[in-house]
Design a protein around this ligand. Structure first.
Ligand code: ADP
Ligand code: MG
Length: 255
């Protein structure tokens, strides 16, 4: 009992929850199965390691702030115009090592957020620090930070720490002059230091309208975003509408 208490204390002190949780039952099996001391230690350390990896993934996933958990497994390529080979290439996450960006364009409902979320999820599973945010939430947070003199801190936390930043729904809300400038700072700070994924319902030619009609600023933002990037156009009709229509057609033919 005393031995167990001391082991417990050491495990807590050295932050070894996996060892604490497993050492006793593993010792029982080791005795039964005549496993060597070295192998016992190896198995125990393996359990500590796998527990750490799992907790790391869970932590990174939580920090990412995904709106809904969507993975590529539930993405139906047959209903989409996107190139499966390209998405598979992106899912290797090499683009993050290469500081490349991904720009996903297309009308509402074609799966842009689904794809961005699936890529973000894949990154979290490699324990790559990721941050998912909508353009309008990003603006609210930036302006709040600016108003309270915490902009530097916000940049460090949201732009500096995540290696992958996903800005969803660029284009639904037009930016003010201040917001457009803050958006430029985000892109500029991340440029060649990390990867950005942006989803947008607007093609490049319309981005100026979102960015307070500032031509020079728009050009500077696009220049940085496009420099090393995958541009993906998702065409077609809304997946939601398509499903509804198909459900409707099925009802008719069943009568
Ligand atoms: P967008 O961001 O382009 O407006 P979403 O990604 O939000 O569209 O997609 C709308 C809904 O349709 C979501 O529930 C999404 O999971 C689903 N969806 C869209 N395209 C596909 C697809 N090709 N396969 C499976 N689900 C899809
Ligand atoms: Mg979306």
């Amino acid at each position: 009992m005393l031995l167990h208490e001391t082991i417990s204390e050491h495990c807590l002190k050295f932050k070894l929850p996996g060892v604490l949780e497993n050492y006793q039952h593993l010792a029982d099996t080791a005795t039964k199965e005549k496993i060597s001391y070295s192998e016992y230690l190896y198995k125990l350390l393996e359990l500590e390691n796998s527990g750490r990896e799992l907790r790391g993934k869970q932590m990174v996933l939580k920090m990412a702030g995904l709106p809904k958990l969507k993975t590529i497994d539930t993405f139906d390529y047959k209903s989409s115009s996107v190139d499966k080979t390209l998405i598979n290439e992106i899912l290797t996450l090499r683009f993050i090592d290469e500081f490349k960006n991904i720009l996903l364009f297309g009308p509402s409902g074609v799966g842009k957020t689904h794809l961005a979320t699936a890529i973000a999820y894949a990154a979290t599973q490699q324990r790559i620090k990721t941050k998912f945010i909508t353009a309008s939430d990003l603006m609210i947070q930036l302006e709040t930070a600016a108003a309270t003199n915490r902009l530097d801190n916000y940049f460090k936390r949201v732009i500096g720490i995540p290696r992958l930043l996903i800005i969803d729904e660029f284009g639904y809300v037009k930016f003010t002059e201040t917001q457009a400038n803050l958006f430029f700072q985000i892109i500029n700070k991340k440029y060649e230091l990390g990867s950005i994924i942006i989803t947008s319902n607007l093609s490049f030619t319309k981005w100026k309208e979102v960015l307070n009609n500032d031509e020079a600023l728009t050009a500077a933002i696009l220049d940085r975003l496009i420099h090393h990037s995958h541009l993906i156009n998702v065409t077609g009709e809304s997946y939601r509408l398509k499903q509804k229509r198909e459900a409707g057609l099925l009802n008719i033919s069943a009568k």
